[in-house]
Structures are given as structure tokens and as C-alpha cells.
Design a protein around this ligand. Structure first.
Ligand SMILES: Nc1ncnc2c1ncn2[C@@H]1O[C@H](COP(=O)(O)OP(=O)(O)OP(=O)(O)O)[C@@H](O)[C@H]1O
Ligand SMILES: [Mg+2]
Length: 382
């Protein structure tokens, strides 16, 4: 993906910069810190060219994906660095994403850059609500986003995205394969078991058959190129979860919990499952953290207890990605098919909270990707 942030100014005083000036600029740019990764652009080998064209300094960057808030930050930081290093010179930043090598099953969904599971050992904690709102928040920031609702028995994406009753367009190829196309809504490509079969049909599928069905679904959907694909998982640590973690090259998992102790045992099991199969835990989202009555905004009630999310996160040594309150708009948004994050007029604070969670998820994905950048490439010769 090519993200371009381009602004052209003509600056008549600087023409034909000498190499020393360019080197001074390079040093200044390489000293800029990537705020998510806490490493300099020099350390990240992010600067791949700097040149002057008609008095404007062109800075070419390769940024660890996904590029989200960081694009704007680096654009400003580079312009400031160039201006102070070269006597007020103007700069344009031309950025593209660094390529991240897959660690396993590279042939599965090769055009999807980052694959994230939204999971929890426990049912009803808000996985689907979090996944739907996250997907929309990321799409609002210009990322190409898909959401696979993998809940065979209780698909919720059709309702949450206002697509109830929709079916999936499918085609048969000459060699007999079935290709399915996701439905696009609010800038998110959505695929769900709910588009292909009725709930009572799904109920007769069990164990390995279910896993096989899910695998087919994952491999045959035509997502096109995506920056992020979210998997909204059913609760538990059963066949679907195992198939996903073993077959799909997940970048990582976001674990959702509610604050109370009773949810935590199941959530810990979920963390252990991902750890066992070497899937990175990106962090924990605590949902239904507290309630602020709309008619008494100074009050805050911890209806389901306090601190469970932070506890699971610290036990697992991963960040707490956010605390989402119990909110009527989040519930009605789900029922009405318009995720609350898209409706900030209804509750601006909720939209803001979801965007913070989205930014935190992206930061963790970038950290995982940066680590993969450093990992030695193992060449296997057969
Ligand atoms: N923060 C919240 N505030 C208010 N209602 C919420 C919140 N989060 C989720 N809900 C509501 O709780 C119910 C369960 O949420 P959701 O379907 O997202 O959970 P889930 O973990 O995906 O469930 P399942 O395990 O069945 O897949 C839904 O009716 C949803 O609208
Ligand atoms: Mg769900």
C-alpha cells in the first residue's frame, strides 16, 4: 500500500543543495523517533532516499505497517526536521509500507497484510461489538478492512452491519472451486456464516466437519488487498479457534473480557491457547467496565466489578488496550446495524474511546511487525 502525504511549496532560495546539506538533513530525519515503536527512523532503516528537486526536499520513507496515526505524525516531524536542518527548507514526505515477512502459512490469504483475531474464552463479553466497532474505526482512518464473522452458531455481523438477510455473492471457477465475495458496508468488507447458511443448518455441523467448513470459508473468500482482517471468533477454545490459530497466519489476538472475576478464568484459558500455538497476544480490551448514567454524568458505577482487564493483561505481560463502558448506544448501535463509532452525535465519548482502542491495537500490530523485520530470515533449501 502506498500512503502519500504530499504538499508542494516552491522555495526559491534553495536550489541545488550540496551533499553536506543533504547529509545534515538525513541525520536530522534519521533521529526522529517512531512514537509507536520507540526507535528512531535510522534504527528502523526507514529512510530510503532524500533528494532535492527544485528547492523542495523529497524524503522517501518506508514505514512499519499498518500506517495509521503515525503517517500524520511523521509528516509533521520530517517537515520540522528538514526546516531546522536546512535553513527553513520545505519538504514533502513520500511514504510506503515496509514489507513484513509472514512467519507461517504464507500462502493463506497472501493479500491480507495483518490478520487479527478478536477472541475471548467467555461468551457475551462483547467480542462482536468490539470487532464491529474496531473495524469501522480502522476504515474511518483509511485502512482497507475486512471482518470475518466466524461464529457459526450465533453470527452477529449481519445484524451489527445492517446486513440482515443479505446473502454472499459466489462464483464457481472453471476448475470447480467456489469463490465467495464479502458484502461491503461502512467501508468494511464483511463475510459471515450468516450470509451462507441458516442457524439450524449450522447447528448440525460438529467438530472436525465444522473446522473443515470454516477452513473452506477462510480460504475461498475473495477479500482483495486488505490492511487488516479481523476475525470475530465464537466464545471458547474449541475447534474453530484451533483451526484459525493453526491454519491462518495471525499477526496476533485481541482478547476481550469483562471486569468480573467469573469471566477471568475463561479469558485466561483463551490467553493460554494462543500462547500454546505461538500467536502473539496484542493486548486485552476490558468491555462493560463501568456505567456513567446519561442523566448523571458525574457518577460512575462499576457494575461488573473493577480491574479484571488490567489483571489479566498484567498476568499475561501484555497491554490493556482500553476500557469500554456499558453504554446504551453501543447496544442499540449493534441492534440497529450502525456501529456506535460511526454515530458520534449519539455519544462522542464512546466514539473517542473506540478510536483510542483502535490506535492502541494498531500500535501493538506495528510492534509485532517491527520485531518480524528484525528476525533473521531463515532460508530453507530443499
Ligand atoms: N459496552 C457495552 N455496552 C452495552 N452493551 C454492550 C456492550 N458491549 C456489548 N454489549 C451488548 O451485549 C450483548 C453481547 O455482546 P456481543 O454480541 O458483542 O458479545 P460476544 O462476546 O460477541 O457474544 P458471543 O459470545 O455470543 O459471540 C449485545 O447485545 C451487545 O449489544
Ligand atoms: Mg459474538
Amino acid at each position: 500500500m502506498f500512503q502519500q502525504a504530499v504538499l508542494y511549496y516552491y522555495y526559491p532560495d534553495i536550489v541545488n543543495m550540496d551533499t553536506t546539506t543533504i547529509e545534515t538533513i538525513r541525520t536530522a530525519v534519521e533521529n526522529i523517533n517512531d512514537p509507536d515503536l520507540q526507535r528512531t527512523l535510522g534504527q528502523l532503516k526507514a529512510v530510503f532516499d532524500i533528494k532535492e528537486v527544485d528547492g523542495t526536499v523529497e524524503v522517501y520513507l518506508e514505514i512499519v505497517p499498518p500506517v495509521y496515526d503515525v503517517a500524520e505524525y511523521l509528516d509533521t516531524a520530517v517537515k520540522q526536521a528538514v526546516a531546522s536542518a536546512a535553513n527553513g527548507a520545505n519538504a514533502v514526505v513520500i511514504a510506503r509500507e515496509k514489507e513484513i515477512k509472514r512467519t507461517g502459512n504464507a500462502h493463506v490469504l497472501p493479500d491480507v497484510h495483518n490478520l487479527i483475531a478478536v477472541a475471548s474464552g467467555k461468551g457475551g463479553v462483547g467480542k462482536s461489538t468490539v470487532a464491529a466497532n474496531l473495524a469501522c474505526a480502522l476504515a474511518q482512518h483509511g485502512l482497507r478492512v475486512g471482518l470475518l464473522d466466524a461464529d457459526i452458531y450465533g453470527p452477529s455481523a449481519p445484524t451489527m452491519f445492517g446486513l440482515a438477510g443479505a446473502t454472499m455473492h459466489a462464483e464457481k471457477t472453471e476448475d470447480g472451486r467456489i469463490l465467495g465475495y464479502p458484502n461491503e458496508q461502512y467501508g468494511v468488507k464483511v463475510a459471515s456464516i450468516g450470509f451462507v447458511m441458516q442457524r439450524d443448518q449450522a447447528a448440525i455441523l460438529r467438530g472436525p466437519m465444522l473446522a473443515g467448513y470454516f477452513k473452506t470459508l477462510v480460504e475461498q473468500i475473495q477479500w482483495g488487498e486488505l490492511d487488516v482482517l479481523l476475525f470475530d471468533l465464537p466464545p471458547g477454545t474449541g475447534d474453530i479457534q484451533l483451526t484459525l490459530t493453526q491454519q491462518v497466519p495471525l499477526t496476533g489476538a485481541v482478547v476481550v473480557t469483562t471486569p468480573q472475576e467469573i469471566a477471568l478464568a475463561d479469558v485466561r484459558r483463551s490467553v493460554q491457547m494462543f500462547r500454546k500455538v505461538n500467536v502473539e497476544i496484542l493486548g486485552v480490551v476490558e468491555n462493560m467496565s463501568y456505567f456513567v448514567p446519561p442523566d448523571a454524568p458525574e457518577k460512575k458505577y462499576h457494575i461488573f466489578g473493577e480491574g479484571g482487564g488490567a489483571m489479566v493483561a498484567s498476568e499475561a505481560g501484555v497491554p490493556l488496550l482500553g476500557e469500554i463502558p456499558i453504554n446504551i448506544g453501543l447496544r442499540t448501535g449493534g441492534d440497529d446495524g450502525l456501529p456506535a463509532v460511526l454515530n458520534p452525535d449519539m455519544d462522542y465519548e464512546i466514539a473517542k474511546t473506540i478510536h483510542t482502542v483502535a490506535a492502541n491495537v494498531i500500535r501493538q500490530v506495528r510492534i509485532v511487525n517491527a520485531r518480524r523485520l528484525d528476525a533473521p530470515v531463515i532460508q530453507i533449501t530443499l
